[in-house]
Ligand binder design. Structure first.
Ligand SMILES: [Zn+2]
Length: 491
């Protein structure tokens, strides 16, 4: 038996000014063959589960590519071509099964449906080869994706701590099918709603409830049931919430289950709308809380949703209201990193921090903030994740410095990185449990590592291309009407 196992992952924020050339995949890995095996074996990822399943079956493993990068703007045409060519060339050489670790919300310069177009191409090369796909909870499903593979299962947690398990759920069904024990049949349903990312946390309602119901059904009447929250900032026709069900040769049941859960999500659509609090009020509220660590969540500029990770609005307000004992994780600013490294550890610097990227999609220029402090530490920015999300994977923040103003310790980095693991601070000598405030450029993933140590959590609405006010975005391609862009839609 020969299995092709590959990874192609990117969540595309079509409003993001951050470019996505092939080179950007290098920071999270563009791995081939044995290097890919070594990078992902034993980690909490679908790739690792596929590798374990293949080894258990004694299959020969072919890894044409494992490529992933942080969310950003549309993937450059050349990058998409290179990654998909690698996968398709491997399939063309012949195999018995295909296992793909994808995201599901990839928009490229040369196709709006990155995953669907890849799956369709694979199907044209190998019409009969069984194919299992693992997807992110934020996948935007399309007909093309459903009709061109055998099995889809997605993460059931946000923060995503069940990546390995998702690979197992998807891959195991395919292996059972290869043995003739099941005949996977898939159907799906979607509803015209752009659920808000901040309302998709699976610790919260309504997502927690929907996911629990899907799990119960999966244990009884289906092989896999996944509620996909979707990724609303990928502006293309099919963006939005959906449900995918895989049954053992029962198309009607797969359709009924998907519709049943999608109907419930639709009925509860108002619960998926996020209510904003003005920034001054959020920071003032945080300032009155007695005991830290208090998490200040700068959700408008989350790089893991396509943010530039360099907007300074929340930091500026924290400084204006004079909050003390704050650690900021992290500002992406290669120029500031360079200046601090040139000045050296222990030196004092004054620099324009952040605000290096303009954001034309929301009509804003980058606005740096003048900051003075001393350079406390310089690091290569690598650390191995210890917490429950992406456990064991090495993160590369690029050259990293800690800039200390006395009241605020800024972690300033070269590459994008969403803070979801305590090691992000610990690896640069900051003990997060001792800080009064942790200002995190994150939306929900911070919960994986930081929620257990937090005494309070305050969501702060700053500036950025992951902003929570949809009215600042000009949606042009998503099908209309769609809730909540069209609040009065008659359905
Ligand atoms: Zn996600």
């Amino acid at each position: 038996m020969k299995y092709v196992i590959a990874m192609m992952k990117h969540e595309t924020n079509t409003f993001s000014p951050v470019p996505t050339p092939y080179e950007s995949f290098v920071s999270r890995g563009d791995f081939y063959g044995k290097d890919a095996y070594n990078a992902f074996k034993g980690t909490n990822t679908p790739m690792a589960a596929f590798l374990d399943l293949a080894e258990k079956e004694g299959a020969e493993i072919i890894i044409p590519i494992a490529a992933e990068t942080w969310p950003s703007g549309p993937v450059h045409a050349q990058a998409y071509q290179r990654i998909t060519d690698a996968i398709c060339d491997a399939v063309a050489k012949g195999c018995d099964a295909i296992f793909l670790d994808l995201h599901g919300a990839m928009v490229c310069q040369n196709t709006d449906d990155g995953e669907g177009t890849l799956l369709e191409r694979i199907r044209s090369i190998a019409p009969e080869i069984p194919m299992a796909v693992a997807l992110d909870l934020h996948a935007n499903l399309t007909d093309k994706m459903i009709t061109n593979c055998s099995v889809i299962a997605g993460y059931t947690t946000y923060p995503h701590i069940d990546m390995y398990e998702t690979g197992l759920r998807s891959g195991k069904i395919l292996i059972d099918a290869l043995k003739g024990e099941v005949k996977p049949t898939m159907n799906w349903a979607h509803r015209p709603m752009l659920a808000h990312t901040l309302r998709m946390g699976t610790d919260d309602e309504p997502m927690g409830d929907l996911v629990a119901k899907a799990k119960t059904i999966e244990g009884q009447d289906a092989l896999a049931v996944t509620v996909f929250g979707g990724f609303p900032l990928a502006d293309f026709s099919d963006a939005g919430l959906s449900v995918v069900t895989v049954t053992d040769n029962n198309k009607k049941a797969a359709r009924d289950i998907s519709n049943h859960l999608a109907d419930e999500a639709w009925q509860r659509r108002r619960e998926f709308v996020y209510e904003l609090e003005p920034l001054t009020e959020s920071v003032a509220r945080a300032g009155k809380l007695p005991q830290g660590p208090i998490l200040l969540i700068d959700h408008s500029d989350n790089c893991a949703s396509g943010g530039t990770q360099d907007t300074m609005a929340v930091v500026a307000e924290v400084m204006r209201q004079n909050l003390k004992d704050v650690a900021v994780g992290a500002i992406r600013d290669p120029q500031a990193v360079k200046k601090c490294i040139e000045s050296g550890v222990g030196s004092h610097v004054t620099l324009a921090l952040g605000g290096k990227m303009d954001m034309p999609s929301i009509g804003r220029k980058g606005e740096p903030l003048e900051v003075s402090g001393y350079v406390r530490l310089i690091s290569d920015g690598d650390f191995i994740v210890q917490g429950p999300m992406l456990t064991g994977v090495t993160m590369h923040m690029g050259k990293t410095v800690v800039l200390d103003t006395g009241s605020i310790q800024f972690v300033v980095i070269e590459n994008n990185h969403e803070p979801f693991d305590l090691e992000m601070f610990r690896s640069v000598g900051i003990e997060p449990t001792t800080k009064q405030y942790l200002l995190l450029k994150s939306r929900i993933h911070y919960r994986a590592g930081f929620k257990p140590i937090a005494k309070h959590i305050v969501e702060c609405s700053g500036i950025g291309v992951t902003g929570s006010d949809y009215s600042q975005f000009k949606f042009e391609k998503v099908r209309r009407p769609i809730f909540p862009l069209d609040l009065d839609m008659a359905l």
